[in-house]
Write a protein of this length. Structure first.
Length: 327
């Protein structure tokens, strides 16, 4: 790729050493009788059949922009180059991205060359990284676009920003294509995962995914400006009435993923979408609820980023405009 710098992103080093064609072909085969995520819908997405995520052969792109509202290690001073994929393999009752995630077909179907154009545009605008949001159900299509963009001059890290409901088989095929994994660990028990996100077996799938992600990229590493170069950053959103099982999530991370794991502990929950009026989810997180989880994080010796309780007022995107986080 013409650059021998030791700070080159992992995917460029991977593409220098390997022909990605075989790996991409293996990823695409997962779309035939789809088993890209734990739902294993079995539809032939190569023939444009639609399963739970309502997505066929091409990825639906809802928005792309430079975003300054991610964790400081992701946004840095110049912002993160976010590409929001439409649709999702979850159905979270409280989804703040409901305009694009709930099968509304918001956006346009795009092939790898079109997605690569977006990536290069975001690089030209100065973004620190390319941040794929909700990529799980279109991971093969994302990988195709990375190869195209790298061949056309992309030189900034790739962020895989997901809900954590992942297939380990798919993640193993993605090894080398991703620099920074930023998954949610949404729940500590499957009952809440099914009730709130219609995600059977979520806990086992997300735990296995975190293990594989750490194995692939290690713990989070920053450059001299405090911006992430590679590694794992785990997000967890505290829910009212302990619906997320937050303490169990943190204990798993400490015990299995490691004390060095970087965590973003979020208080930004608000009762969006179908959570409004819900008996358990229909109110914001209370100060005592968030403080109790913070205490557990401190007790376990975990570190990372936290939010002010009022942060929910600032994280309400509107995907009807070109810039979802402005306005």
């Amino acid at each position: 790729m013409g650059d021998s710098s030791p700070n080159r992103p992992n995917y460029l080093k991977f593409l220098d050493r390997h022909d990605p064609a075989g790996r991409i072909a293996a990823m695409l085969r997962l779309l035939d009788g789809c088993r890209v995520c734990p739902r294993n819908c079995g539809v032939n997405r190569l023939k444009d059949e639609r399963g739970f995520c309502r997505t066929g052969r091409l990825a639906l792109v809802a928005s792309h922009c430079v975003h300054h509202g991610e964790e400081p290690a992701i946004s840095g001073s110049r912002g993160s180059g976010t590409i929001f994929f439409g649709n999702c393999n979850l159905r979270c009752l409280f989804c703040q991205n409901r305009q694009i995630s709930q099968g509304n077909d918001t956006g346009e179907e795009q092939g790898p060359w079109q997605i690569a154009d977006m990536m290069l545009e975001l690089q030209r605008k100065g973004a620190h990284n390319i941040n794929f949001v909700s990529p799980t159900h279109v991971a093969p299509q994302m990988a195709e676009a990375i190869v195209v963009a790298a061949g056309r001059g992309l030189r900034i890290p790739i962020v895989y920003n997901s809900n954590g409901y992942e297939s380990v088989e798919m993640l193993r095929l993605l090894r080398g294509f991703v620099d920074i994994y930023m998954p949610d660990m949404k729940y500590g028990d499957d009952e809440s995962a099914e009730l709130c996100s219609f995600a059977p077996g979520y806990v086992h799938s997300a735990q296995a995914a975190l293990v594989e992600m750490r194995r692939a990229v290690g713990h989070l590493r920053l450059d001299g400006m405090g911006v992430a170069r590679n590694g794992l950053l785990v997000r967890h959103l505290v829910l009212p009435n302990d619906m997320a099982g937050s303490r169990d999530v943190l204990r798993f991370i400490r015990r299995v993923i490691g004390r060095e794991t970087s965590i973003s502990l979020m208080s930004q929950y608000f009762p969006s979408h179908k959570a409004a009026g819900h008996q358990l989810l229909g109110r914001p997180v209370r100060a005592g609820e968030y403080a109790g989880v913070l205490d557990e994080m401190d007790r376990l010796g975990l570190d990372g980023w936290i939010q002010e309780l009022q942060s929910s007022a600032y994280y309400r995107p509107d995907f009807e405009g070109d810039h979802p986080f402005e306005g």
